[in-house]
Write a protein that binds this ligand. Structure first.
Ligand SMILES: Cc1cc2nc3c(=O)[nH]c(=O)nc-3n(C[C@H](O)[C@H](O)[C@H](O)COP(=O)(O)OP(=O)(O)OC[C@H]3O[C@@H](n4cnc5c(N)ncnc54)[C@H](O)[C@@H]3O)c2cc1C
Length: 428
């Protein structure tokens, strides 16, 4: 259990961003005795990316988004308005250079380099969730029941079976199941599938309740919050940040941490730092009274759609729409989600979703599918934790733990060279 208090100097720390990454960093930094302030431009209860997501904790996700086959698949999906992946063509240098870097990173060598790190991070985070669940009185519905990759076709099942083999090589348990075996594992729900891969180490939780539990833990440990506070500029002198100028005055601290999700790139750019990022918009729809309630969370593999039981409700979440930093809802993408559900769960119909308002969130996506975690070389007291794309909830606590080590000038418990925030610095 992480109860250590500062054997080193306690610092004042300002964290920009009150999403899951900012709050997790605040939590572990405050455990080490630092005085932490979280600044966010939104209200405390706005439902940003960290609140309405699919709530999955996923050691099974050891393959980064930038992987072989993704570019071809993306190009194919581009022409279908209801497909799960879409890049809106637009004249943007940022988008073009992000796309080129994404293509360059989508190699098997990159996947092989990143997979062991992602495995270690997810597994460590899973332990943190267990601990946090105990501390929060089991208040956020943390369930260690595994995850099913549901496959409609034999071809997909064969592909997923290969991933299961790779998982086994990495020491992540995974089992290929027939349709009958899958039904036995979750008899509460009728499925129309060829089979599935079961990852018993994966878990699920209710993200809104997790965020509320974190708020409570943080308030109890004296972390200070400044909501509705917009970052305007950084004040710097040589290689140090001197102050953060905000819509509600200046904040001065020993350390500054950028956890601004999809907006981090713009805030880093104010300092001349290059943190390439695209917002990957996703949607979720939550049925309050589902016809059937699975007990295990699943991914409807071909549809790239997550299905997560949260209490008595059932959430479907998916779509990766790279269309810029905007809050527009594309009804065709939402329709794509709704239409996919009955294909896997035939008891459900598209009518079940009538009147259900779609939630949307902007995932912060780096071009190589790996987060940015660590100090910037150019500034002695500025670090970042962002760019976690589809894994920000799952990697939240371990990121917070690592950031607390970095902020305390301790060596990080895991080698972080693959997530170095300066890795695109020379490409400006
Ligand atoms: C449909 C969907 C399903 C998902 N499912 C999962 C899942 O099952 N498991 C998983 O691990 N991940 C999942 N994710 C991804 C996960 O939600 C994100 O990776 C994570 O929420 C990112 O957290 P963050 O703290 O980096 O960013 P955010 O939650 O976006 O937080 C950033 C914060 O910075 C603040 N900010 C920005 N600019 C400023 C400024 N100028 N001044 C002050 N504050 C500012 C924002 O207000 C915001 O509160 C899903 C995402 C989506 C969209």
């Amino acid at each position: 259990m992480e109860t250590m208090r500062a054997p080193f100097a306690s610092k004042t720390i300002v964290i920009v961003g009150g999403g899951v990454i900012g709050l997790s960093t605040a939590y572990y930094a405050s455990l080490r005795g630092h005085q932490v302030t979280v600044v966010d431009r939104n209200e405390r209860d706005h439902l940003g990316c960290s609140f309405g997501n699919a709530g999955m904790v996923v050691p099974s996700h050891f393959v980064p988004l930038a992987a072989p086959g993704m570019v071809a698949r993306g190009l194919k999906w581009m022409w279908n308005p209801e497909s799960p992946f879409y890049i809106k063509p637009r004249l943007s240098w940022d988008l073009l250079s992000w796309g080129l870097r994404f293509c360059r990173a989508s190699t098997s060598a990159h996947v092989q380099r990143c997979a062991p790190l992602l495995r270690d991070l997810h597994l460590e985070s899973r332990e943190c969730f267990e601990e946090l669940s105990g501390l929060a009185g089991d208040s956020f519905g943390f369930e260690k029941r595994g995850l099913l990759m549901l496959c409609k076709t034999w071809h997909t099942l064969e592909e997923e079976a290969k991933t299961a083999d790779e998982a086994a090589l990495l020491g992540i348990p995974a089992k290929v199941l027939s349709a009958k075996e899958t039904a036995q594992l979750d008899p509460n729900v009728r499925m129309d599938i060829a089979g599935s891969v079961y990852f018993p180490k994966d878990c699920h939780l209710t993200p809104l309740r997790f965020m509320q539990a974190l708020h409570r833990l943080l308030e109890a440990s004296g972390v200070h919050f400044e909501w509705s506070t917009d970052i305007l500029a950084w004040r710097k002198k040589q290689n140090r940040i001197q102050a953060l100028e905000t819509s509600r005055g200046d904040f001065v601290a020993d350390e500054y941490v950028l956890c601004g999700g999809s907006w981090s790139q713009a805030m880093a750019a104010q300092l001349g730092l290059n943190l390439p990022m695209q917002a990957g918009k996703g949607y979720s729809l939550t049925l309050p009274n589902p016809r059937q309630l699975p007990s295990i969370c699943s991914i409807l593999t071909e549809a790239r759609l997550a299905a997560t039981p949260m209490g008595n409700t059932l959430r479907f979440g998916g779509t990766m729409e790279i269309s810029g930093l905007n809050e527009d809802v594309d009804p065709a993408r939402v329709r794509g989600i709704v239409k996919s559900v009955p294909q896997y769960f035939p008891e459900f119909s598209t009518e079940d979703f009538q009147g259900i308002a779609p939630w949307h969130g902007l995932r912060p996506c780096s071009p190589d599918g790996m987060p940015y975690v660590g100090r910037f070389g150019q500034f002695k007291n500025l670090s970042t934790a962002t760019g976690h794309a589809m894994m920000g909830l799952s990697l939240g606590p371990v990121t917070g733990k690592l950031m607390a080590q970095i902020l305390s000038d301790e060596p990080a418990m895991i080698d972080l060279s693959l997530v170095n925030p300066d890795r695109y610095a020379s490409w400006i």
